[in-house]
Design a protein around this ligand. Structure first.
Ligand code: LMR
Length: 308
């Protein structure tokens, strides 16, 4: 059995653990600093196993010793935004959490592949990679996967067709400057640009960009967790099964798309080693311009990080 650790036993972390257990992806450790919560949720999930028929073992803990030997560590720990807030507003508070978590991962699970989910996603992934001191390919973030599943959902809703035939692609930052790519978003191989007019596509793009905020507005005191948990599960599965699936991931760029030394959302091949390849897509001039804005925005957040 593979060992998968999720740091943070809030809605995102616990739901991801549930999904991964139900798919028997490995034995799971759910760690949180709050005493009792990970233990209680883990026990509750274990008591679901006879009915849901999974043999994954789930341990809830406050002790980093328990993450030793993890193949994958997912970081969901952090504070969610409230209505009216931008993900960037969480930079300072969540930086401190990421630093502490990554210091512990370095000590207890230095060989793991690490997936960052905490917002603001792109700078937090960069920060994690600096603290972890691991090869950059072993640290990546989950933003574009979530944005792409949202885009796919809205396309299916618009066309009244099965979500199963849709493959969507969103790149750039996991914030208001993300870049949904209609020409690489397909229904059974047919780009959506062949299936709907520009205005309709723009409406779906805008809804995707606001996808997180739309849910924050409903909840008032928290953010989405079912689709984030599904996105985490999809990514972790590709690592532990070494499936080499191609999906949007917040990856470290070394010249791809013309950027160097920054994390941003791009299509990537995900396998046992983490990000095993990055696909450099052909973009229109307008899209290149928008991607530049998106990456510059990430860089400006990175500059605000206190890296010491
Ligand atoms: C999301 O997109 O759901 C997450 O990034 C949480 C948020 O703040 O919107």
């Amino acid at each position: 059995m593979k060992k998968i650790t999720v740091i943070g036993a809030g809605n995102v972390g616990a739901t991801a653990v549930q999904r991964m257990a139900e798919l028997e992806m490995g034995d799971l450790v759910m760690l949180d600093i709050v005493e009792g919560i990970p233990q209680g949720k883990a026990l509750d999930l274990m008591q679901s196993a006879p009915l849901m028929e999974y043999d994954s073992h789930i341990r809830g803990t406050n002790d980093y010793n328990d993450i030793t030997g993890s193949d994958v560590v997912v970081i969901t720990a952090g504070v969610p935004r409230k209505p009216g807030m931008d993900r960037k507003d969480l930079l300072k508070i969540n930086s401190n959490i990421i630093k502490d978590v990554c210091t512990n991962i370095t000590e207890y699970a230095p060989d793991a592949v690490v997936i960052v989910v905490t917002n603001p996603l792109d700078p937090m992934t960069y920060l994690a990679s600096r603290v972890l001191d691991m090869p950059d390919n072993r640290v990546f973030g989950m933003g574009g996967m979530l944005d792409s599943t949202r885009f796919a959902t809205f396309v299916a809703m618009e066309l009244g067709c099965s979500v199963k035939d849709i493959s969507a692609m969103v790149i750039g930052s996991h914030d208001n400057l993300m870049l949904p790519l209609p020409q690489y978003t397909t229904v059974s191989g047919i780009p959506i640009t062949e299936l709907m007019d520009e205005d309709t596509i723009q409406e779906l793009v805008d809804r995707t960009i606001n996808g997180g905020a739309e849910i924050v507005k409903y909840f008032k005191n928290g953010s989405a967790f079912y689709a984030p948990a599904a996105s985490i599960t999809h990514m972790v599965e590709s690592v532990i099964r070494d499936s080499k699936r191609i999906m949007p991931a917040t990856a470290y760029l070394k010249g791809e798309y013309g950027y160097d030394g920054v994390y941003a959302g791009v299509p990537a091949k995900i396998g046992r080693e983490g990000v095993e390849d990055i696909i450099d897509l052909k973009l229109s001039d307008k899209q290149k311009e928008l991607l530049t804005k998106s990456v510059v925005n990430i860089q400006s957040s990175i500059e605000l990080l206190e890296l010491e």
